[in-house]
Design a protein around this ligand. Structure first.
Ligand SMILES: [Zn+2]
Length: 260
């Protein structure tokens, strides 16, 4: 049962017939781990906190830098030098003090990934290194937790939701089998990124997260969402499992009708 305060806070969700009180209760019961408190993790955290996701962990070991503020609008100028997860958690608590926000000041790697994602209903990848992405992919497949991954560079972004064990479906490694050559890596520091692209793509990730947790809408699993900022357009494309993918070959899969 939602309390009167919860009913008022989440009223615009509850009146959506696809969501209703049942969908809102699913959000309140959910635990989400957001890895990366930067340009993508920031808008995801703000929207999931506002939406009433009951327990949210935010994981990052960086401090806020002056050059982050051009796109990471969950931080203030006075936050420069402070730990990102502490400031991000404070921002999210100010949006919604009725949920649990857990700041985790750590760099995710193979050694700690399984502990960090334990108990999550959904893991969100807004990290800036392929090492961390592959560690998250491994840990999420091991725990059979869906992984919502996003990346941005210059004017563009890409989002994927990976749950390979749910059918004959791809993992993150089927999409990106190995770290590309350094000169091809989309990297905000070296290539630049237009500030609002982070907000658009991070907000698209938040939308996919809320839909997944509330069980509404067609799933992004088995697809990629490609966003092009210069034309301001997005398209959804099918992503097939790579039968040769070394990352997910061992994963036990549910029988699928192939609808993806
Ligand atoms: Zn794979």
């Amino acid at each position: 049962m939602l309390t009167p305060d919860q009913t008022e806070r989440y009223l615009r969700h509850i009146v959506l017939k696809e969501m209703g009180a049942q969908g809102q209760q699913a959000l309140l019961a959910a635990r989400v781990v957001i890895v990366g408190a930067g340009g993508l993790g920031g808008p995801v955290l703000s929207y999931l906190a506002a939406a009433g996701v009951g327990r949210i962990a935010i994981v990052d070991d960086d401090a806020v830098e002056l050059s982050n503020l051009q796109r990471q609008i969950h931080f203030q100028t006075e936050d420069v030098g402070a730990g990102k997860v502490e400031r991000a958690a404070a921002s999210a608590r100010a949006i919604n003090p009725t949920i649990e926000i857990e700041p985790v000041a750590a760099r995710l790697d193979d050694a700690n990934a399984s502990d960090i994602i334990a108990g999550a209903d959904l893991v969100i990848d807004g990290v800036d290194s392929f090492e961390a992405r592959y560690a998250l992919n491994r840990a999420c497949m091991g725990a059979r937790v869906p992984l919502l991954s996003g990346a941005i560079g210059r004017f563009d972004g890409v989002i994927g939701l990976f749950a390979p064990y749910e059918g004959d479906l791809p993992c993150y490694g089927c999409f990106m089998p190995g770290a590309p050559p350094r000169e091809e890596v989309l990297n905000c520091a070296e290539e630049g990124v237009l500030g609002p692209v982070a907000g658009v793509v991070g907000t698209m990730m938040a939308l996919e997260a809320v839909k997944r947790l509330a069980g509404i809408g067609p799933s992004l699993v088995g697809h990629l969402l490609l966003y092009e900022g210069l034309s301001n357009t997005a398209r959804r494309v099918r992503l097939r499992r790579d039968p040769q993918c070394p990352h997910c070959a061992h994963v036990g899969r549910a029988h699928s009708t192939g609808s993806g």
